[in-house]
Design a protein around this ligand. Structure first.
Ligand SMILES: CC(C)(COP(=O)(O)OP(=O)(O)OC[C@H]1O[C@@H](n2cnc3c(N)ncnc32)[C@H](O)[C@@H]1OP(=O)(O)O)[C@@H](O)C(=O)NCCC(=O)NCCS
Length: 468
């Protein structure tokens, strides 16, 4: 199959139209071009020559106001709560498209024709078989290993099998992207089967992408497995909703890893590791734990009081987002899906009542209103996955499986469009000034004397910067 990657059109459309002037402490001025994206109201100061021209760096921990690349894949309007894949509204895609169609759209840039989709489907099916050597790795994991731990290892291990790869060759990249989209769901299901000690199931060519996932998760060689169409529809929607989300932590990790021209399978394993944490993809698992701890709707006010008091370790999981300062459009779709799936499957989940009460109380509270904290996609997704019989430890794996599409699309965009300058941020050094080893007495480490200074989103703000 020929390569179908599209070229972005952003270069001429982000041509500088305005300039900003930066007054420096020595009285000189530095002119900065203003770049505008093709959608939305954001504007970017192009500071690529800042250090060369002025000697200054910028300081922005967490990259809260730094654009790291040009991208034509996903657009988010945070204040308005809009998310588009290649210009198409994500809620519309959930309603009207199949997961593989959306994968093609993200990767290639355009909606596939009927013939292109059929060929893409065939190619993906062909690549779903996983090397038996990688399958053999699964027997070495302990039975209670977290499936995300297994995923980091086995996706990384694909780079042992596919080591002869030139990221700068378009055919090689296309092959790597297809293999990853095809194989990661298989590895995800095998990780689950390993964790429960059941035989691993091979994918079937007669099933759709979503149906194959359910089959490999829940079938056993002992009896025939009928895919529930309600479940297949829900998985299709889940996958589309999670496929891409511009430059989040895991996608940026994949891009930074790939910027050194590292093997793409290893880059995706790095993305999986980054996704795992509770501030990112691990939030769907953390939401369920939080709802279980709250237990009943009557306990919601006490929990909210603890959140507002910033009690150590207490946070309203599944709420808040770096970019959305409005209801996450994916969360809206997910909330509707949960109601539909639970009703169609005839399931009553007591956690849904706790989640609904918590959302109601939070959205009416000044703490959350002032900080513009709304439910994100992870708030309701866990309740839907529970209804489908998917265990909590698999939630983030499901996210990784879907996000693989975005990761490979973003990796390919970076490589194919020459945005391969190695990712290498600066630091603001706050350690000791130069000193002599021979003159030091050596204080040693005394427990409790080293400040841990946790400055993650989960605790305090970023520490103050010492001034010279
Ligand atoms: C997503 C998230 C990491 C974004 O972090 P961020 O952009 O760095 O936002 P900040 O931590 O700076 O939050 C701004 C303010 O809102 C508060 N806040 C943010 N999310 C909150 C939450 N879920 N519960 C309670 N307070 C929250 C912060 O404490 C901070 O308050 P302050 O100004 O009084 O210090 C953060 O909202 C979060 O931890 N959410 C819960 C985890 C989650 O659902 N992650 C999945 C994201 S899709």
């Amino acid at each position: 199959m020929s390569c179908l990657f599209s070229k972005g059109q952003e270069e001429e459309e982000t041509a500088p139209q305005e300039e900003a002037i930066l007054k420096l402490p020595n009285g000189t001025e530095h002119r900065i071009k203003v770049l505008k994206p093709t959608c939305g109201q954001d504007a970017f100061l192009d500071i690529r020559d800042l250090h060369r021209a002025t000697g200054y760096f910028s300081y922005d921990p967490g990259f809260t106001c730094t654009g790291s690349c040009l991208s034509a894949i996903t657009f988010i309007d945070g204040p308005k709560g809009v998310c588009l894949y290649r210009g198409y509204s994500v809620p519309d895609l959930v309603d009207q498209a199949q997961a593989l169609e959306v994968a093609y759209l993200l990767l290639v840039g355009e909606k596939p024709s009927v013939a292109q989709l059929a060929e893409f489907r065939k190619e993906i099916q062909k690549h779903m078989l996983v090397h038996e050597k990688v399958k053999a790795m699964f027997s070495n994991f302990t039975i209670n290993a977290h499936p995300m731990a297994i995923m980091v290892a086995v996706i990384g291990a694909l780079s042992c099998i596919f080591s002869e790869l030139d990221p700068l060759d378009e055919e090689h990249r296309w092959l790597a992207c297809k293999r990853l989209i095809a194989k990661v769901p298989v590895l995800a299901c095998w990780a689950y089967k390993t964790s429960i000690g059941q035989p691993m199931m091979y994918p079937r060519a007669d099933l759709s992408f979503a149906e194959n996932f359910l089959y490999m998760m829940f079938a056993t060689p002992m009896e025939e497995y009928q895919v529930n169409p309600v479940a297949a529809k829900a998985i299709n929607a889940f996958m589309i909703l999670h496929m891409d989300h511009e430059q989040n932590a895991s996608t940026s990790t994949v891009r930074i890893a790939g910027s050194s021209q590292a093997n793409p399978y290893a880059c995706i394993a790095a993305g999986v590791a980054s996704l795992w944490g509770p501030a990112h993809g691990g939030a769907n698992e953390a939401v369920i734990k939080m709802l279980e701890e709250i237990g009943v709707p009557e306990n919601v006010p006490n929990f909210v009081a603890d959140v507002k008091a910033k009690k150590e370790g207490v946070r309203l999981m599944g709420f808040g987002h770096r970019v959305y300062k409005n209801y996450d459009p994916r969360a809206k779709v997910m909330k509707g899906l949960v109601a539909q799936v639970l009703q169609e499957l005839g399931i009553e989940d007591p956690l849904l009542k706790v989640a609904q009460e918590l959302e109601k109380v939070a959205l009416a509270d000044d703490y959350f209103v002032q900080r513009k904290l709304y439910p994100n996609v992870d708030y309701y997704s866990g309740i839907m996955l529970r209804a489908l019989g998917i265990p909590t430890s698999m939630f983030t794996v499901m996210f990784a499986m879907s996000r693989t599409v975005g990761w490979v699309s973003q990796w390919n965009e970076m490589v194919s469009e020459g945005q391969m300058r190695i990712g290498r941020p600066r630091q603001l050094y706050v350690g000791p000034k130069e000193r002599k080893w021979s003159e030091s007495k050596g204080a040693g480490y005394v427990s409790g004397t080293v400040s841990t200074r946790r400055s993650s989103s989960f605790t305090k703000r970023v520490p103050d910067v010492p001034t010279r």
